[in-house]
Design a protein around this ligand. Structure first.
Ligand code: 6PG
Length: 472
């Protein structure tokens, strides 16, 4: 064969990834369950046609690949990956590599890695972020799997990746499920970022009574400073858009029910399993769930329409906007601290040795959460010292200490005014809990001991003790 690499699955992501490879000078074999789609990718892109080699069958696809063969799956997560692998494995030889580039559950990636063990065929799970445009012009890629598989992929991936300055946004992050785990946390953070922005939008709409076009102006302004990021940039575009037929702001016409494919939820589930409270991410996942129960919310709105709420007292002047901006920055730092804590904990638990600084580096461009702020995180990890938690990093302590007052005021005002800010308030609650030396788990321990003789430790004595409480 002559193809440098192959892509299976010509959906939007697969086709764009293949075209990106072709454009960078690689010969790419492409295959799809319905072969027409693979041929269309070549025929619809005449300028790249010489580098796109569509195959009628999986056999032809394998034959067209150079050895050792590298086949990238871009098919829906779950069973389709297992199905494709089962079909492909008999056609491959020892030394060939299969790459799952979909949004896989990292537990599946760990399982699949085990399943191919001993066959000589290699398997790698790789997270790809950046949506269609990213796939086409430069995604951020989080690669897992055995270390020795990476050299097979690296020449292609470094060429097709997004660049931050000159650095390609791709790296090998650790064995088996490491790449997909990191992608999952990326998505959990993506949910939190989006939810917090939506909460600020809620304050602007229901508290400040602003028109979307005015909000767009504010977000565009924020995009020039600390919050500068892709998600803030697109938010301004979303808010500025008018529906041509009705001449109304497009956001006002969009049904307020959020979809979700599951990766954000996985982040929260995995964090929970690791005993890490990623509460801001959790709030974001939960808010999407509640958003989709729109009829039920409508009924509840009627039942509680007259409840007493204090005036929220938001001020739509410059000071008011900068308070919202500071609140958002601060909550964002806390959300990322939670996501990073989950990765640090997974790294210990699974023995991955995740390079947390590198992860921030490869998230600086290409991915959905790309931002100026990720460069700050990269720098915090770049100093050689161990970062226990972003909230304890000298680079962030001052910023959080300064910004927390704004977050506190925004959450307080929104709460008084009956405007929900579940992710912002989760961030604030976490911050206050995190910095509280004397917590309240002593009472939890007392309760557990009373009803279940679970024992507790005392400050003034050694060892675990059980106390005989009065019978209740
Ligand atoms: C990315 C995104 C992408 C994700 C979509 C939709 O990094 O490019 O995370 O992988 O699939 O954003 O996700 P939801 O349907 O769960 O919102």
């Amino acid at each position: 064969g002559t193809a440098d690499i192959g892509v299976i699955g010509m959906g939007v992501m697969g086709a764009n990834l293949a075209l990106n490879m072709a454009e960078k000078g690689f010969k790419v074999a492409v295959q799809n369950r319905t072969p027409d789609k693979a041929f269309a990718v070549r025929d619809d892109n005449p300028e790249l046609a010489a580098n796109v080699l569509p195959a009628e069958t999986l056999e032809d696809f394998v034959k067209s690949l150079k050895s050792p063969r590298v086949a990238v799956f871009m098919v829906p997560a779950g069973k389709p990956v297992d199905d494709e692998m089962a079909k492909l494995i008999p056609l491959l030889e020892a030394g060939d590599l299969m790459v799952d580039a979909g949004n896989a559950d990292f537990n599946d990636t760990v399982r699949r890695t085990k399943e191919v063990e001993g066959t000589g065929i290699k398997f790698t799970g790789m997270g790809v972020s950046g949506g269609e445009l990213g796939a086409r012009h430069g995604p951020s890629m989080m690669v897992g799997g055995a270390r020795d598989t990476y050299p097979l992929l690296e020449p292609v991936l470094t060429k097709i990746a997004a660049k931050y300055k000159d650095q390609p946004c791709v790296a090998w992050l650790g064995p088996d499920g490491a790449g997909h785990f990191v992608k999952t946390i990326h998505n959990g953070i993506e949910y939190a970022d989006m939810q917090m922005i939506a909460e600020i939008y809620g304050i602007m709409r229901d508290g400040l009574k602003l028109e979307p076009a005015k909000m767009a102006e504010v977000f565009r302004d924020w995009n020039t400073r600390e919050l500068s990021s892709y998600l803030i940039e697109i938010t301004a575009v979303n808010l500025d858009e008018k529906d041509l037929e009705t001449d109304r702001p497009m956001v006002d016409l969009i049904v307020d029910e959020a979809g979700q494919k599951g990766t954000g939820r996985w982040a929260v589930i995995e964090a929970q399993k690791l005993g890490v409270g990623a509460t801001t991410l959790e709030a974001a996942v939960a808010a999407r769930g509640l958003s989709s129960r729109r009829d039920e919310r409508g009924e509840a709105a009627k039942l509680y329409s007259g409840v007493e709420t204090a005036p929220a007292q938001f001020f739509a002047d410059e000071a008011g906007f900068s308070e919202l901006e500071s609140a958002l920055v601060t909550a964002k730092i806390i959300a990322y601290a939670q996501g990073y804590a989950a990765m640090a904990s997974a790294s210990d638990e699974f023995g991955w040795n995740l390079p947390l600084g590198t992860i921030a580096e490869i998230w600086r461009a290409g991915c959905i959460i790309r931002s100026h702020f990720l460069d700050d995180i990269a720098k915090a990890y770049d100093k050689g010292q161990r970062v226990v938690n972003i909230l304890q990093s000298p680079d962030f302590v001052g910023r959080v200490a300064k910004g927390q007052a704004a977050l506190r005021r925004v959450v307080a005002k929104a709460s008084l005014g009956g405007i929900p800010v579940p992710a912002l308030s989760a961030a604030l609650a976490y911050f206050d809990d995190y910095r509280r030396e004397r917590g309240t788990a002593n009472l939890i321990q007392a309760q557990r001991d009373l009803f279940g003789a679970h024992t507790f430790r005392r400050f003034d004595r050694d060892g675990a003790v059980h106390h005989h409480w009065p019978a209740v």
